[in-house]
Design a protein around this ligand. Structure first.
Ligand SMILES: Nc1nc2c(c(=O)[nH]1)N[C@H]1C(S)=C(S)[C@@H](COP(=O)(O)OP(=O)(O)OC[C@H]3O[C@@H](n4cnc5c(=O)[nH]c(N)nc54)[C@H](O)[C@@H]3O)O[C@H]1N2
Ligand SMILES: Nc1nc2c(c(=O)[nH]1)N[C@H]1C(S)=C(S)[C@@H](COP(=O)(O)OP(=O)(O)OC[C@H]3O[C@@H](n4cnc5c(=O)[nH]c(N)nc54)[C@H](O)[C@@H]3O)O[C@H]1N2
Ligand code: SF4
Ligand SMILES: [Mo]
Length: 719
């Protein structure tokens, strides 16, 4: 592999500028990360973080979250030292302890649970796409427990990754990186100008649109992108499967698919054609609320504008027909021949190895005991990409001890009380544990339920390798530890020290050795990468022509043999969401509105940053979006506090009236708690969207996905 772009910046010692300022190249991680930055340090203090104009990704730009990194780093409310619970669980009384004592307690608890119940009764939890993601998994593997989880596995990204793998042998990404710009961008259940990077960077998408790309947006809300779109399909939440099947119906019926690519490079086209025959746009119109003619227009535009590409988002992954929905949408670029072509949907270069995951350290017996693995086989079974435990099954095991008890839960960067579905059930589950440890940057409502709380480092205090675009990287960057505050540590150090204290046979290597092994194909060490900042290679196209697709058949599997061998429908299908006006008409009499949750804010990352003033000022209160017609009927005015209620509970958020949402739909923000309010609750029950959602069945049969969107609700003005 050639060494990437020549570095103009030199190592940190040589970067010393006049007046004692040092400049480090790094990668911002205030979100999933990936913007190249220059960190200015004066006398050990970070004084400026700015975009690196040389970065091939953000080209010097940064968003407001990234620009608030310094407030985050020096925030007075950060966790500074390890803490030990003094009173009853959840009472909010803490004592400062040393790291040595904290890690001794964690080690003893792991050993005690292992000896009494077996190591699988110790579970590991982590948050979304953090720097330590692979290291948490490898620690679980080193420990010998099959039970780790993160909110992303069944609810976010992993369904897209699994679909990409089983269908295309890789996770395709939009090609913003070559000379040819996508001519058509299909944005589906995603809002990448705010929520990147989730495979892309918001700046890449904005630049792409400036070049005149035709834009199709499929979203129940009129987002900034929807306003710019050539076509906006205002879909009924949770019916994306029906829409995608119908678009394929049009493309196949009108013979505007790529016959040559389909013939040479796909399997199961005839079966797919047969499957979508019954789904004409007139059928889909009734289900999706999108006029049949608009479905035809969108299908035609996507199929006949080349190159076309797909930006898809997490909205597709929040219903119990998650896998089939994601699969249905995924097939569109395939049948139109937009795979691995310039400006299309491309396979990345994989220029870096993943961290050695130690998956081999788990016996087959241990794998088979993973909670939910036998039922949700694409999530936790042999064909799973990152086999993980099923969160509702895990939570249930904490509460009931069935099918076997989970006694200890070690969390590294997850605010589960806010981010998992059905917060009340999560609270009961966590309260049932014998032992809970939480490592975080701040004290959160979830951390308040712990026995031991560990202070985590922010991105400016961490060494890591960042590979972007995610999963299919063609850019590899160094994230540099430029300072360290109080007694905070980087999560990876804790995994290593626990492995050493537990005398594990694996998982005890120095971090730098792991980085160097990952970088080996690039012929560069971590030390050298830090000096260069990043390494990149151009994307090659048509890679499959030489070696085929990395699927069982070597072709694009429209008909998925992986789904089939796991006992699931090998062709995409439509399922009505289980809690909808059509499937639950009785409930809909009491709760007549369709609820969507999520919809990212530019100023927050999930439940993070409510304590960072420049960000909080921009978006001070939780916002529920309501159509003015619905508002008039319910006597709600702009800025009023509004109750939003489902069968599971009620919360309040402030009304924003907008014609950009259907009067039958409301959208609430997720991630809300109020760090300024008194602990241990910090107002977590007031406005938290997951008081409304569910972790009860039905689940996606393959992935175990629970319901975070397309639920039934009602609203009223708070008196
Ligand atoms: N600033 C910021 N960036 C983030 C995050 C963050 O919290 N803040 N989170 C990161 C993470 S982990 C993720 S998963 C991504 C998620 O980012 P996205 O994938 O963009 O997800 P959302 O913003 O939740 O929703 C995207 C759009 O889907 C629409 N939508 C809702 N329900 C439906 C539906 O049923 N069908 C369709 N077609 N559309 C629907 C919403 O109106 C919204 O505009 O963002 C990542 N980036
Ligand atoms: N209703 C509803 N719920 C949702 C969603 C939705 O759209 N609607 N989206 C879902 C999705 S897609 C996701 S991915 C999840 C996200 O769920 P989480 O990953 O739980 O979300 P965060 O709030 O970003 O992160 C949790 C905690 O990690 C801490 N943290 C940040 N960096 C580090 C670190 O480096 N080390 C450690 N130890 N801690 C750190 C933060 O301070 C924060 O308290 O939420 C899900 N929940
Ligand atoms: S988009 Fe993410 S990585 Fe880029 S500046 Fe904003 S927070 Fe940082
Ligand atoms: Mo996510």
């Amino acid at each position: 592999m050639p060494r990437g772009v020549p570095s103009i910046y030199k190592g940190k010692s040589e970067m010393k500028r006049s007046k004692g300022t040092e400049i480090y190249k790094s990668a911002c991680r205030m979100c999933h990360g990936g913007c190249g930055v220059l960190v200015h340090v004066e006398n050990g203090k970070v004084i400026k973080v700015k975009g690196d104009p040389q970065s091939p990704l953000n080209k010097g730009k940064m968003c407001v979250k990234g620009l608030s990194s310094i407030e985050h780093l020096y925030h007075p409310n950060r966790l500074k030292y390890p803490l030990k619970r003094k009173g009853k669980r959840g009472e909010g009384k803490w004592a400062r302890i040393s790291w040595d004592e904290a890690l001794s307690v964690v080690t003893e608890k792991i050993e005690a649970v292992r000896d009494q119940y077996g190591i699988e009764s110790v579970a590991l939890g982590q948050g979304t796409g953090r720097h330590h993601r692979f290291h948490a998994i490898r620690f679980a593997n080193a420990l010998g427990t099959p039970n780790w989880c993160e909110p992303g596995t069944a609810q976010c990204f992993e369904p897209r990754v699994s679909t990409g793998m089983m269908t295309y042998g890789d996770m395709p990404i939009c090609d913003y990186y070559g000379d040819i710009n996508p001519a058509c961008l299909l944005v589906w259940g995603h809002n990448p100008v705010i929520s990147g990077p989730d495979g892309e960077l918001q700046f890449s998408v904005k630049d792409c649109l400036k070049k005149g790309t035709r834009l199709i947006v499929i979203d129940p809300r009129e987002t900034e992108m929807a306003r710019k779109a050539d076509l906006w399909l205002q879909i009924r939440p949770g019916t994306d499967d029906a829409l995608a099947l119908s678009m394929m119906h049009v493309i196949i019926n009108e013979n505007i698919y790529d016959a040559e690519f389909v013939k040479e490079w796909t399997t199961g086209f005839d079966a797919l054609a047969q499957r979508v025959r019954d789904y004409p746009p007139e059928w889909a119109e009734k289900i999706t609320w999108v006029p049949a003619e608009k479905i035809r227009e969108a299908a035609r535009m996507f199929a006949t504008t080349k190159p076309a590409t797909l930006e898809w988002g997490v909205a597709l992954e929040h219903t119990p027909n998650c896998m089939q929905t994601v699969r249905a949408v995924a097939l569109l670029p395939g049948i139109t021949g937009n795979i691995d072509i310039p400006g299309g949907w491309v396979m990345g270069m994989h220029i870096m190895r993943g961290a050695p995951g130690l998956r081999e350290n788990l016996t087959d017996e241990a794998h088979s005991r993973r909670l939910g693995a036998d039922t949700f086989r694409i999530l936790g079974g042999k064909d799973a990409g990152s086999p993980s435990a099923h969160i509702p099954t895990l939570m249930n095991a904490m509460r009931t001890g069935e099918p076997y008890p989970i006694k200890a839960f070690l969390i590294f960067g997850n605010n589960g009380l806010v981010s998992y579905g059905d917060s009340k059930k999560i609270y009961e589950s966590l309260m049932s544990l014998d032992f809970l440890s939480v490592m975080d940057i701040y004290m959160t409502p979830t951390a308040e339920l712990a026995d031991i709380v560990l202070p985590a480092a922010t991105w400016l205090e961490v060494d890591q390798i960042v590979s972007v675009p995610h999963v299919a990287s063609n850019v590899v960057m160094a994230q540099q530890k430029v300072t360290s505050m109080w007694e905070s540590r980087q999560d990876e150090e804790v995994f290593r020290e626990l492995a050493q204290r537990l005398k594990l046979e694996v998982g005890t290597e120095a971090l730098e050795d792991i980085f160097n092994s990952q970088l080996k194909p690039l012929d560069i060490t971590f030390e050298e990468l830090k000096e260069r900042g990043f390494v990149t290679v151009p994307i090659e196209y048509g890679k499959y022509e030489k070696k085929g697709f990395n699927t069982p058949s070597g072709k694009v599997e429209l008909y998925s043999s992986v789904m089939e061998r796991n006992g699931y429908d090998p062709l995409p299908n439509y399922q009505e969401p289980p809690e909808s006006p059509l499937s639950a008409p009785e409930l809909a009499k009491e709760y007549p509105l369709i609820l969507i949750t999520g919809g990212r804010s530019q100023y927050y990352f999930h439940s993070e940053f409510r304590q960072i003033e420049p960000l909080r000022k921009r978006d001070p209160d939780p916002i529920v979006e309501i159509n003015p017609e619905l508002a008039a009927r319910t006597q709600i005015e702009e800025g009023d506090w509004v109750w939003i209620e489902t069968v599971r509970g009620r919360i309040k958020q402030r009304a924003k009236l907008t014609k950009g949402i259907d009067p039958r739909v409301v959208n609430v923000q997720h991630g809300w708690w109020f760090p300024e309010e008194p602990g241990p609750e910090y107002g977590v029950w007031k406005s938290n969207a997951n008081v409304l959602t569910s972790i009860d069945p039905p689940y996606d049969p393959a992935m175990g996905t629970y319901q975070l969107r397309a639920l039934l609700c009602r609203i009223s003005r708070v008196a």
